[in-house]
Ligand binder design. Structure first.
Ligand SMILES: [Zn+2]
Length: 301
């Protein structure tokens, strides 16, 4: 069990909603696919860390600060004497490493994951020092995708290729790991220092008017849904959901896209489109959120 679980970032959740409710620009679409792929790779690596038998604290996805600079750790393991950090890459296809540069086989330069790893390692070492921890920091880039090949990799680089992953994890599982209160304190401290908003994320620009309104199916995410009685039914996949729950799920999407807007019965009705009865909406909102104010000025938080 991870001590700090992983969840989708706000930017990934936002991009998912935008992707179904508007046409993303080519850049945003690429950015979205990268985010989705990166997250998928991290989740795949979680399967490996969770299989470890040794005692260790698993901290997934930490965003920390050191000297006013942020750095992100995809995955961290606290053992008795070492702090292992992992940068997870879900690259697919054939790549070449030529000593300094990381390239695709066709010659396209990719940001060298080693640079990012070195930076994270340095930042973390300084932070641990300032927290009084004496753990040795080890850092690795994990290439998680089985379809990834890297040519000319010198064996002394901290790169773990897909074919090496199982053996690498077994080695980790042999680390001495008597954990005490100081390890727990460190894990708790790092979690308390975790930031939720990364300065590096880029959000697409959008406005309420350009976003496609309507409810979407919780399974296939299409707009092919209709309301009948207390249920919402999907024509595409046949999924049924209680209208009250579907309203809340779609209202959550509205809230995520427009956090500064007040949630009112009228706006959620406009957002959902297919619920004719205002009362159904206000009842659903009232059950799950706190109502503030009265009558036509009431809103929910
Ligand atoms: Zn469906």
């Amino acid at each position: 069990m991870p001590y700090k679980a992983r969840s989708e970032s706000v930017v990934l959740k936002t991009l998912r909603i935008l992707n179904k409710r508007m046409k993303l620009t080519e850049d945003d679409q690429r950015y979205y696919q990268n985010q989705e792929k990166g997250y998928e790779g991290e989740v795949q690596f979680d399967v490996f860390t969770e299989m470890l038998q040794r005692n260790c604290y698993i901290l997934n996805d930490l965003l920390l600060n050191n000297n006013k600079s942020s750095f992100q750790l995809d995955s961290s393991l606290i053992f008795q004497g070492t702090f292992s950090l992992f940068e997870v890459k879900n690259f697919e296809g054939e790549y070449v490493y030529d000593g300094e540069y990381f390239k695709t086989l066709s010659g396209l330069d990719i940001q060298n994951p080693l640079d990012q790893l070195k930076r994270s390692k340095l930042m973390l070492s300084q932070l641990l020092q300032s927290l009084g921890s004496k753990l040795t920091v080890e850092a690795y880039v994990i290439f998680i995708n089985p379809q990834f090949t890297l040519y000319q990799t010198p064996p002394d680089l901290p790169f773990i290729l897909p074919t090496q992953l199982n053996r690498f994890m077994s080695k980790l599982d042999q680390k001495p790991s008597l954990l005490n209160q100081s390890h727990k304190n460190l894990a708790d401290k790092l979690i308390s220092l975790h930031q939720t908003e990364s300065p590096y994320t880029q959000f697409p620009i959008y406005e309420y008017e350009q976003i496609k309104k309507g409810m979407t199916c919780k399974v296939c995410h299409t707009f092919s849904v209709f309301v009948t009685g207390k249920k919402m039914v999907c024509k595409e996949c046949g999924c049924e959901e209680m209208v009250a729950l579907a309203i809340m799920r779609n209202a959550e999407e509205f809230k995520l896209l427009f956090p500064e807007r007040k949630i009112t019965t009228n706006i959620i009705q406009d957002w959902c489109r297919i619920v004719p009865c205002k009362k159904t909406i206000s009842r659903s909102l009232g059950k799950n959120l706190k109502i503030i104010g009265k009558g036509q000025w009431a809103f929910y938080e």
